[in-house]
Design a protein around this ligand. Structure first.
Ligand code: ZN
Length: 674
């Protein structure tokens, strides 16, 4: 019997793969990869790029691809049996990859390649792939010895433990809160939320007609935005911003964890010879130094602050005159903002939706991509995991560049949201075959009903373009070397450039004229509606910007200032005094639930959101200069950024495209702050 997960010649046979195939296939591939590792570090394989790649990369790429198929199915076609199979293999796959990334023998062999006679003849992309690999070994502590090495490993383990605990505390504090209120207190709150909270009260055993409120987003947000009852807003706000802090049960207080985490990060950085954790965090990123990031954030703050103040002045005036709120508090801001937004830009998202039918939007997207990036997109066939999944090929002058799956609709067993996955990367394989990239694009639209097409919210359209941008980065690459083709090896703070860039097309009048058709009349989006959408887009953009900068500056300062671990709340208060326009109450403990930097991978990296936005806005400004469908500009972006992928630094790519380093002007202009 053959196992379809072990067939690497054709595209994955999604129909034939069953949960029973997972464990035997992954076990076989793990075994082969482990053998390849032993062989490649041994005397039989020369310290030569090709020789090592033919042994190790072939084995690890197979493991990666098969595991990718299993993970993908787990995300789009979850069943209890598949989930069990996935969870059974996950720890072993993770353990192997960790071992591979820190193997000293392998590190020594790569160093020998870099120092050997053949190094000079390596192509530029290969040199980049090799230097990335060496850098990552160093960051994993491969150069440490003796007690330093043991301590480094200990720190890694303790950090993982603390991050997990931090998460659990936030989760438990969120889940642990409930508040029962009567219907009158929910005056103003949308009906669907009132119904859901009434049902939740019944489910909790109450038969007194009350509503059960929680701190989960689908309840917390609408209550803060719509509830007219001010004391209720304050009560919920207070509970939310004191989660996992000293104001709750001590066993759930994240304060001590945060302090230990920041101190451990600093200690690990010092072991590797870096002045601060921020310096270490930036090694594999595009930003060059903490000072550069700090200057970047400070500059944006100085530019955005007057606009944020104006937003706040407008809001105060409106709240005082129209809402009877002369003293605007933090728990009034979302409520007053929603009322002001409604008063200024009233238009219905439901009305907008009737212009964005899925076939028209998709044809519009393909049209833009075909024009700007000089490719042809054609329907193709391959085994798929669900009948509604479509498959396409991307060609230039009849030559196959890439293929992609489009899984557009929501259904049970599929993860919510939208994402792009890489089923296969471009690679000139050691056996001489050129492997073309394959992407998977997932969205969650309501499926078409009867003969009517699916209707998309404007946000859905933007998301589709965003994910397609990631897809283009994967599919249009012309780099032959695994490790730096497509998105591989692209700096983490630059990876959102193509995706955020693509979003801009969704705000172009001429483009929208061609990709909208009213579901009943066929008429394109009217100008009046478009103008309202654009005006609403920049509503309170100044306030939104300084809020993100507050998070980014706090993150950078606690990871770069000596002794900051002992005075984090003071650092946060300082940053707020400097950039924030909404002054939160004394008891606000935002940092205690800032999971991005304490429980996730964004430590000394939160600035990346704004950093990548600057890149994508500046890239788009080149199209504003030459027209949104400019073929010459598209060719430059394609050749210098999308095709080059990780084979050069993101800064080199950007400069080659734009003729200069990125500037912040375009981002400010696009958000109405110029
Ligand atoms: Zn993205």
């Amino acid at each position: 019997m053959t196992n379809p997960l072990l067939d690497f010649d054709a595209l994955p046979d999604f129909r034939a793969i069953t949960p029973e195939h997972v464990t035997p296939a992954i076990d076989t591939l793990l075994e082969q990869a482990a053998q390849a590792l032993e062989r490649v570090v041994g005397p039989d394989v020369a310290a030569d790029y090709d020789a090592m790649s033919a042994v190790l990369d072939v084995a690890t790429e197979r493991l990666g691809r098969a595991w990718g198929v299993v993970s993908h199915l787990n995300s789009v076609a979850d069943t209890p049996a598949l989930r069990d199979a996935y969870n059974a293999s996950l720890p072993r796959v993770t353990a192997f990859l960790t071992r591979l990334g820190a193997d000293e023998r392998l590190y020594a062999k790569y160093k020998a390649v870099a120092a050997g006679p053949s190094a000079a003849s390596l192509s530029a992309p290969r040199r980049k792939a090799l230097s990335n690999a060496l850098r990552d070994f160093v960051l994993s502590g491969a150069e440490l010895t003796g007690t330093a090495k043991a301590r480094f490993a200990e720190i890694q383990e303790r950090q993982a433990e603390l991050a997990q605990k931090y998460h659990e505390h936030v989760l438990d504090a969120t889940d642990g809160f409930e508040l029962f209120v009567d219907a009158a207190q929910l005056d103003g709150v949308p009906d669907d939320v009132r119904q859901a909270t009434a049902q939740a009260a019944v489910a909790a055993g109450r038969d007194d007609g009350t509503h059960r409120l929680t701190l989960h987003q689908p309840v917390y947000r609408p209550v803060l935005e719509y509830a007219r009852h001010r004391p209720l807003r304050e009560a919920l706000y207070r509970a939310y911003v004191t989660r996992a802090s000293e104001f709750g049960p001590p066993e759930r207080d994240n304060g001590p964890l945060m302090r230990e985490l920041v101190e451990l990060r600093q200690e690990a950085a010092a072991l590797l010879g870096h002045a601060t954790f921020a310096d270490m965090s930036l090694v594999p990123k595009m930003a060059r130094s903490p000072a550069e990031v700090d200057a970047f954030l400070q500059n944006l703050a100085a530019r955005a602050r007057p606009f944020a103040e104006r937003d706040m002045t407008d809001l105060r005036a409106y709240a005082a005159a129209e809402l009877g709120l002369p003293q605007l508090e933090a728990w009034d801001v979302p409520f007053a903002s929603e009322r002001l937004k409604e008063a200024r830009y009233a238009f219905s998202e439901q009305e907008v939706k009737r212009y964005f039918t899925e076939p028209k939007v998709l044809a519009g997207l393909f049209d833009i991509v075909q024009t700007v990036f000089e490719v042809q997109i054609r329907p193709d066939t391959a085994p798929v995991w669900h009948d509604s999944v479509r498959f396409y090929r991307v060609e230039r002058d009849g030559r196959l560049l890439a293929q992609f799956y489009l899984d557009a609709y929501a259904r049970p067993g599929k993860q919510p949201g939208a994402w792009m996955g890489d089923a296969r990367d471009r690679w000139a394989r050691p056996d001489g075959r050129l492997q073309t990239p394959v992407a998977t694009l997932q969205c969650n639209y309501a499926p078409p009903v009867g003969g009517a097409p699916s209707l998309l919210m404007h946000d859905d359209v933007i998301t589709l373009f965003h994910e397609f941008g990631h897809g283009l980065h994967l599919m249009l690459t012309q780099v032959d070397d695994m490790g730096v083709s497509g998105l591989q090896g692209v700096e983490w703070d630059a990876v959102e450039l193509p995706s955020q860039f693509m979003e801009n097309f969704c705000w172009e009048w001429d483009v929208l004229q061609r990709m909208t058709a009213h579901v009943d009349t066929g008429a394109p989006l009217p100008r009046e509606l478009f103008d309202k959408m654009v005006a609403a887009k920049n509503f309170q953009s100044g306030m939104g910007m300084v809020r993100q900068l507050e998070f980014g500056l706090f993150d950078m300062r606690i990871h770069s200032e000596p002794g900051a671990s002992g005075r984090m709340q003071r650092v946060l208060d300082d940053v707020r005094a400097q950039v924030a326009v909404v002054r939160p109450p004394e008891y606000n403990r935002f940092a205690h639930s800032f999971s991005h930097i304490f429980g996730g991978g964004y430590a000394a990296g939160y600035y990346s959101y704004k950093w990548a936005e600057v890149l994508s806005a500046d890239a788009w400004s080149a199209f504003e200069e030459h027209g949104p469908l400019s073929v010459a500009t598209g060719r430059r972006l394609r050749e210098q950024v999308l095709e080059a992928g990780g084979s050069r630094s993101a800064m080199e790519n950007f400069v080659a495209f734009r003729g200069r380093e990125p500037r912040i002007d375009a981002l400010l202009r696009h958000q109405g702050m110029a």
